[in-house]
Ligand binder design. Structure first.
Ligand code: SAM
Ligand code: SF4
Length: 477
């Protein structure tokens, strides 16, 4: 059996890799940007609206802007920029927990090894198929598979589970993109997982602050900060160029974490010439047996502000928000910059195929605050003028990694993302939506069609929408 855990074998040839998160540097930049003037803040906002990436210093100016009027301006600017770069589409996915065995002791997580109250389960291939079938029956096309860190969940196991997911086809349903959130692997491990046909590999650093990192990762492999921070560099070496980074908010000062995330983006851009595909910034939620100092809990006010700052700082990086957040907060930050959300989420082990009304914290990693069904989320998005999208076109046409950067420009969104969102919405309306959602959805599609001025392109799009109505599936540009 191939064991994947060999942190001691991994030699960081380039010493500078260890230091790309420099605590003193980040603190100095944050300190140097204290009490910015109105003019300074407005100048940074203007630069961002011209779709320029912001430097760490400029981002620190926004972070330190506390005047409510300026914060409102930051949020308005983020809303405008989001519209320009991403249009109205919101990508939808569902998380699927494969196993909650874990050798680590992360103080904030219900899966930690010392939490004896947690009921441990690993889905068999049959369990997994049942879960995928239930997800397909709700209308999902994109999943993220989530794993605890355990020798059993090695690269081969992850690759097998990905293949099992792709193999399930129920009625018109199929999963077209499988992303992964799992522990860092070695280069060979990443190669194995890549070969199974994954989309994004996500690894959250949790906290970029080294001292805090050691405090909250009590034991297990995850205690090694350097092994984790270099995880996605190894993923690149292993051929995975579609990466997701993240920080778990509430472990340390959010200001520092936003700077850490940005420094991580800069690292990828300078070393590999491409940034990560997505950034996640979950806030810590209640979970069974956790022990978290509430000192750094992030308020709603700060949370919404930091989402707007991230949008301005990295205009072309996808921002992910999950059902950890309540519906009201999700709705607000969708305006400022979030481009991907989960819908109809159930994070209990076997939770999709054996749906129970009450959440049982001893069967899940943490509590979720938004337990609306996928259709409820879809309907609300449509009512608010967003186009829910299940599009998987870029990854299937090889438009990831370097290509992602090239194509993430406004013309691209109009030419590919928006029409593909409409096509996948039409599939959903035909196959899964109740009549009420179907009517609203087709009204939105009609409205959107009015925005297409290129007659040849519009003709093609209308043709494909008609094909979907008569039973053809999986059409994309
Ligand atoms: N076990 C792997 C790892 O730690 O990288 C896979 C991911 S873990 C199952 C998924 C993510 O959930 C973690 O990276 C962490 O950021 C987040 N998480 C853990 N406990 C949480 C909590 N109480 N509230 C919100 N998010 C939490
Ligand atoms: Fe295990 Fe991941 Fe939870 Fe840490 S966050 S205890 S590694 S599942």
């Amino acid at each position: 059996m191939a064991i994947i855990y060999h942190p001691q074998k991994y030699k960081l040839e380039d010493k500078s890799m260890q230091n790309f998160i420099d605590t003193d540097e980040i603190n100095e930049i944050l300190e140097g940007a204290k009490d910015p003037s109105k003019e300074q803040v407005k100048a940074v906002i203007k630069k961002a609206l011209d779709k320029n990436r912001l430097s760490l210093q400029e981002t620190a100016i926004l972070i330190n802007a506390n005047d409510p009027e300026l914060v409102a301006e930051i949020k308005q600017a983020a809303t405008k920029l989001k519209q320009q770069v991403y249009g109205k589409r919101i990508v939808l996915f569902a998380p699927l927990y494969i196993g909650n065995l874990c050798i680590n002791n992360c103080t904030y997580c219900g899966f930690k090894a010392d939490n004896k109250a947690q009921k441990r389960t690993t889905l068999t291939a049959d369990d997994l198929k049942q879960e995928v079938k239930a997800l397909e029956d709700a209308g999902h096309k994109r999943l993220i598979l989530v794993y605890g860190e355990h020798p059993r969940y090695n690269a081969k196991f992850i690759a097998e589970s990905v293949k099992t997911v792709y193999s399930v086809k129920h009625k018109n349903g199929e999963i077209r993109r499988v992303n992964i959130n799992a522990a860092p692997l070695d280069v060979d491990g990443f190669k194995t997982v890549k070969e199974s046909g994954i989309g994004t590999y996500q690894i959250f650093q949790e906290t970029y602050h080294r001292e805090t990192y050691l405090k909250v990762h009590k034991s297990g492999l995850k205690r090694d900060y350097d092994w984790r921070i270099t995880g996605l560099d190894r993923a690149m070496e292993g051929g995975i160029d579609d990466l997701g980074i993240g920080a778990l908010l509430g472990l340390y000062d959010w200001r520092f974490e936003v700077m850490g995330l940005l420094r991580h983006v800069n690292h990828f851009e300078s070393v590999f010439n491409i940034g990560p595909h997505t950034i996640s910034f979950p806030r810590i939620q209640a979970a069974s047996g956790i022990d978290v100092d509430p000192k750094w809990a992030v308020s709603d006010e700060d949370f919404t502000k930091l989402v707007a700052i991230l949008r301005l700082a990295v205009p072309y990086t996808g921002l992910i928000l999950t059902a950890r957040e309540p519906a009201e907060i999700r709705d607000e930050v969708l305006q400022y910059g979030v481009s991907q959300i989960d819908g109809g989420t159930n994070i209990e082990m076997k939770g999709y195929s054996q749906d129970e009304d009450e959440q049982d914290l001893d069967q899940e990693q943490f509590e979720i605050k938004d337990d609306r069904s996928l259709n409820e989320v879809m309907e609300e998005l449509v009512e608010n003028g967003f186009i829910p999208s299940f599009c998987t076109s870029c990854y299937r046409r090889n438009r990831t990694g370097e290509h992602f950067m090239e194509f993430s420009v406004p013309g691209f969104i109009k030419r590919f993302c928006q029409p593909n969102a409409l096509l996948t919405l039409a599939e959903y309306l035909e196959d899964y939506a109740p009549e009420k959602t179907k009517v609203k959805g087709y009204q939105l599609i009609e409205e959107e069609l009015k925005n297409y001025d290129d007659p040849r392109f519009k003709e093609k799009l209308v043709e494909r929408l008609e094909d979907i109505k008569t039973g053809t599936r999986d059409l994309y540009f």
